[in-house]
Design a protein around this ligand. Structure first.
Ligand code: SAM
Ligand code: SF4
Length: 376
């Protein structure tokens, strides 16, 4: 059976105003953290001897701030202790101003074969407003460095609905990503997370978000132009050239098991969801004492598994494999929800084709309402 591995790097040089992911500026802990991480990777390996690893995702935080040698240490610790399949997808997340020729070359020779670069926008004006520390020029150079060492599969994370962002700026961002021949674009609509500095600034009217209508207009522009340029939408926010889907994320939406290592990393294995503590110092201390770093561990009931499958599968354009759902959990969605399915079909929000139930483009705009109808 296949298993994905996620590794969390909880360090960022500075915090972006909108971000709610677990990361801190405690760079002085990096070396101890990476050592603890390799210990966790090794000590947990006994539990996963029956699995083959088809994807590894080193995410953050900002993995590209790791000093020379760290990424190789992490990848080697995984390769030495797990059955990593030849050709496994190995992704690293990176920020434009911490990518350079030297670290790109190290990642490439360690076996990393996919890089996800967070640019968010190529407007230097908007980058400054949202608290990013890089410029468009850094992004351009980063892509150049990555390509020059041999990377062919490169994603850009971009954002829509950023404070004061204009459609022209999104157009330029997309044009530049297409022009660089990037294989993948993740386009996230800004979520104003409670407790982030941006949320406070918007509430105090010190920052202004584009209207819902403008944000929707930008998203529609993105849908049209990604398609015109040969990118296929395979998930709510993810677009790629043919064959360049992110296997790791696709597996998560398809309920393939994955195990997470490092602070705040989550796992889904054998119907259990569990996750590690979000505290760098405690994580290092507990690992060095040989103690558990789990913050929670929950076994999902069959009903929860069915709900999660429906919720996660529907994020993908392929949708829910109805036969699979029935085989795995004995649940016949078409029978149990026949009225709801009929109603959603009539409204043009979902379709049934070749044994799959999936949201239409119109349906994706109201995905949460569809999910609410299809789960109890
Ligand atoms: C957790 S970050 C890690 C990657 C890297 N540190 C970076 O900033 O590019 C992954 C992506 O999540 C997206 N993201 C983070 N906070 C978000 C928010 N509040 N709303 C929408 N997207 C968000 C950004 O596009 C970001 O690139
Ligand atoms: S968006 Fe990326 S760089 Fe910015 S704070 Fe979050 S994880 Fe760090």
């Amino acid at each position: 059976m296949n298993l994905g591995i996620y590794v969390h790097i909880p360090f960022c040089v500075s915090k972006c105003l909108y971000c709610n992911f677990y990361s801190e500026n405690k760079l002085e802990y990096i070396n101890d953290y990476v050592l603890a991480l390799t210990k966790e990777i090794k000590r947990e390996s006994k539990k996963y001897t029956q699995y083959s690893i088809d994807t590894i995702f080193i995410g953050g935080g900002t993995p590209s701030v790791l000093p020379a040698g760290c990424v190789s240490l992490i990848v080697n610790a995984i390769k030495q202790n797990y059955n990593v399949l030849p050709g496994a997808e190995i992704t690293i997340e990176a920020n434009p101003n911490s990518i350079n020729y030297t670290n790109s070359a190290e990642w490439f020779s360690a076996g990393v074969n996919r890089v996800s670069v967070g640019v968010q926008t190529t407007s230097n004006r908007v980058l400054k407003i949202i608290g990013r520390t890089h410029t468009y020029q850094d992004f351009f150079k980063a892509i150049d460095d990555l390509k020059s060492v041999g990377f062919k599969n490169i994603n850009a994370d971009i954002m829509i609905g950023l404070p004061t962002q204009k459609q022209n700026e999104l157009k330029a961002t997309l044009r530049q990503c297409f022009g660089m021949g990037l294989t993948h674009i993740s386009a996230y609509t800004l979520i104003l997370e409670e407790g982030t500095p941006m949320c406070g600034l918007v509430q105090q009217k010190k920052l202004k978000l584009p209207s819902e209508e403008k944000t929707l207009g930008m998203f529609k522009y993105l849908l049209k132009h990604t398609e015109l340029n040969g990118y296929n939408r395979y998930e709510v926010s993810n677009f790629c050239l043919p064959g360049f889907e992110c296997k790791h994320n696709l597996n998560c939406w398809n309920m393939v098991p994955y195990v997470g290592f490092g602070c705040a990393a989550h796992s889904f294995v054998e119907n259990f969801r569990f996750g590690n503590i979000s505290n760098i110092e405690r994580y290092i201390k507990l690992i060095n004492q040989g103690k558990s770093v789990k913050a929670f561990n929950e076994e999902l009931t069959v009903n929860q598994l069915i709900e999660e499958s429906i919720m996660l599968n529907l994020r993908t354009t392929k949708g829910i494999n109805l036969k699979d759902l029935k085989q795995k959990y004995g649940y016949d969605l078409l029978k149990e929800k026949s009225l709801e399915v009929m109603e959603l079909q009539k409204l043009g929000l979902i379709k049934l084709e070749n044994g799959y139930l999936f949201a239409t483009t119109e349906g994706f705009y109201v995905l949460n309402q569809i999910i609410l109808k299809l789960v109890d």
